[in-house]
Write a protein that binds this ligand. Sequence first.
Ligand SMILES: Nc1nc2c(ncn2[C@@H]2O[C@H](COP(=O)(O)OP(=O)(O)OP(=O)(O)O)[C@@H](O)[C@H]2O)c(=O)[nH]1
Ligand SMILES: [Mg+2]
Length: 336
Amino acid sequence: MRKNSVHTAISKWINSIEKGQIRSLSRAITLVESTCIEDQNRARDLLDGALKRLNKNGHTPTIRVGISGPPGVGKSSYIESLGMHLLSLGFRVCVLAVDPSSRVSGGSILGDKIRMERLSTQVNAFIRPSPSQQVLGGVTHATQSIMSLCELAGYSVILIETVGIGQNEGAVADMVDCFVLLNQPGSGDELQGIKRGVLEFADVLLVNKMDGATKYLAQQTLQSLRSTSQLITHSLKNYQVPIIGVSSVEETGISESWQAVTKFLEQATSIGYYEHKRQMQQKQWFKKLSEFYWLQYLHSAKHSTPLKNMLLKEMQSGKISILEAAQEFTRSLLNN
Ligand SMILES: Nc1nc2c(ncn2[C@@H]2O[C@H](COP(=O)(O)OP(=O)(O)OP(=O)(O)O)[C@@H](O)[C@H]2O)c(=O)[nH]1
Ligand SMILES: [Mg+2]
């Protein structure tokens, strides 16, 4: 295709995403997630156009909320209930799943588990499961791009499900405006475990399964968390992290939990914390993108193949070490 016609095709594609056409948005996300070099080049053009369009048309930034917690705590169930609540308030809702641990777990944690049967049939809801596992530059970089595409498509709230197993929370907390952590009804010992690991990232704390057979335990957990709430320090000065009991099945506490999110955002906006966080996200994204382009260059630099082969030979014959070979190769790319 000639350059002009490529440009027109991309422009048309962006128009239809902006009009909220689900198929165009889905195709764009698939492109962003592709590991094929040709696709990545097209994805870059598409994303560049999408970001320029977002700036030009002054879209209202989408509220981005991360929802995390241990496996089986009820993240998907909570998102479904919250999503339905948000639709009733007039929001357009997008659900993404991020599994930064995918390389370790093989990506099976989230997989196709986010069914969300009610939400998925709603016209104003868009649900996208876990990104493909081999996204070049990492899922974080891809998720940032996908969030911008969803923003262009007019979604006013993006909910990101991520499984919390102790190390992932930071990566997702850095990408969102508000981080909600779900807790299991459980013993004091388990709470100690949670506290050490992830409580520091939480802007809103929830105890799920406040119903039926688990209600009593959930209430105890809530009390136990509340009694130690002074130990939870938050980087927003004078902000007391709310601790709320919810039942995603019976849909109790859902609207209260959303009020807690909006209250946090209001407070964060009023003292410039929100703006600061968005700037930090841009900085982080810039870093990720630079790494991504660097990797892309590394993999596509055909002129370096003879040198690579020579270094490999020298390495295999024991003339140079693997470290020397890798450094020499990197240096040669930098000098080109
Ligand atoms: N009683 C009760 N069960 C719940 C509630 N929320 C979720 N569950 C149940 O808990 C189980 C796990 O729910 P999910 O929503 O899939 O949990 P998840 O945290 O998304 O799970 P993973 O994505 O596998 O980490 C399911 O059997 C749900 O029906 C709740 O509020 N009350
Ligand atoms: Mg889930």
